[in-house]
Design a protein around this ligand. Structure first.
Ligand code: DAH
Length: 349
């Protein structure tokens, strides 16, 4: 009996090896697989006789038939892969696709230099604990001027400087001339401690030239708490400037005037191009310094106007132009470079 089974096994092997090799389609191969290894397949049927064998014979026939099963399974897989590849090649041969052609390239976008500059500034200020706040681009005069202690006769309130918005429903609105209105809104809404920055677009009635634009970007900051002083302002803005221009950057504070701060300062940075050594430096015009921003201790009237008791709280504020700082650090000479969006220029940053 065992001899007979062995012969059957080897003829099965021979038979199926040949048939698998000559299978022409995936369907043929599948049918073959069912015929050999399926539930009623030839090899499966043969294995059923195992139970009638002596222990001795089981020990020889068992491993033999298992080896054949594994071998046939491997042959089926191999042939399947070969047939599938042949089918793909046949499809490709029917088309005109040239797979050796290089792939299409596509242009990757990148951040605009102004966005890069704004992000660098915001990142440093965030580490100093400032939280991004926003307000409307069309602002009422109360937030843009009155609350900020800007008197009715101030030149900034002139139509020559400011875009006034007039329509039948509302008057007394302007395209915000600075983002200071966001400071006002924050103070009206929230009790100190307040620590916000207000990045965003602002508008002034200037003609577009190398250093002016009727639309530009600002970042303003406000910190209000108990006992905030000019010393806090100097410390934080020095850290900010060094964060932007490197640890060696030198910072200078000059007295200035803004209606909303008292005392007010202007903050300069030592020219990073000539380090103050070149009297003919085109960037700092030989002065050695570059004005970066305005700042000061929040005027008590401003706190009062926003519902904060100046006897209890004090604060500092600052405001700067993103374009101005970006022009200085990237050595861009014309503000229009940012808005013309010439890709050849933009891709340098
Ligand atoms: N608002 C000023 C401007 O647009 C900048 C500024 C100066 C903002 C001092 C401030 C500040 O908050 O304290 O020119």
């Amino acid at each position: 009996m065992i001899e007979e089974l062995k012969t059957k096994l080897s003829s099965l092997e021979e038979n199926y090896t040949l048939k698998i090799q000559s299978a022409a389609t995936l369907k043929d191969l599948q049918d073959l697989q069912v015929a050999a290894l399926g539930r009623k397949g030839e090899l499966t049927e043969l294995l059923k006789s195992l139970k009638d064998l002596s222990l001795e014979d089981k020990k020889t026939f068992g491993p033999l038939s298992n080896t054949l099963k594994n071998k046939l399974t491997a042959l089926f897989e191999e042939k399947q892969i070969a047939l599938e590849a042949a089918a793909v090649n046949e499809e490709l041969a029917k088309t005109n696709i040239d797979l050796t052609l290089p792939a299409y390239t596509f242009d990757k976008g990148r951040r605009h230099p102004l966005v890069i500059a704004q992000k660098r500034m915001v990142d440093i200020l965030s580490k100093l604990g400032f939280i991004w706040a926003e307000g409307p681009l069309i602002e009422d005069e109360a937030h843009n001027f009155d609350a900020l202690n800007i008197p009715k006769n101030h030149p900034a309130r002139d139509v020559q400087d400011t875009f006034f918005v007039k329509n039948a429903v509302k008057t007394g609105f302007v395209l915000r001339t600075h983002t200071s209105g966001v400071q006002v809104r924050a103070m009206q809404k929230q009790k100190p401690p307040i620590r916000i920055i207000a990045p965003g677009r602002v508008f002034r009635s200037d003609s577009l030239d190398a250093t002016h634009s009727p639309v530009f970007n600002q970042i303003e900051g406000l910190y209000v708490d108990k006992n905030v002083s000019l010393a806090d302002l100097k410390r934080d803005l020095t850290v900010f400037m060094k964060g932007l221009f490197g640890n060696k950057a030198e910072v200078r504070f000059r007295p200035s005037f803004f209606p909303f701060t008292e005392p007010s300062v202007e903050v300069d940075v030592k020219c990073v191009f000539c380090e103050g050594k070149d009297p003919s430096c085109p960037v700092c015009k030989g002065t050695g310094w570059k004005e970066m921003l305005g700042a000061g201790v929040v005027h008590p009237n401003v706190l009062k106007n926003c519902g904060i008791n100046p006897e209890e709280y004090s604060g500092y504020a600052f405001g700067m132009g993103v374009e101005r700082l970006a022009m200085f650090s990237l050595n861009i000479k014309d503000i229009r470079t940012f808005y013309e969006n010439d890709v050849r220029v933009l891709e340098q940053f």
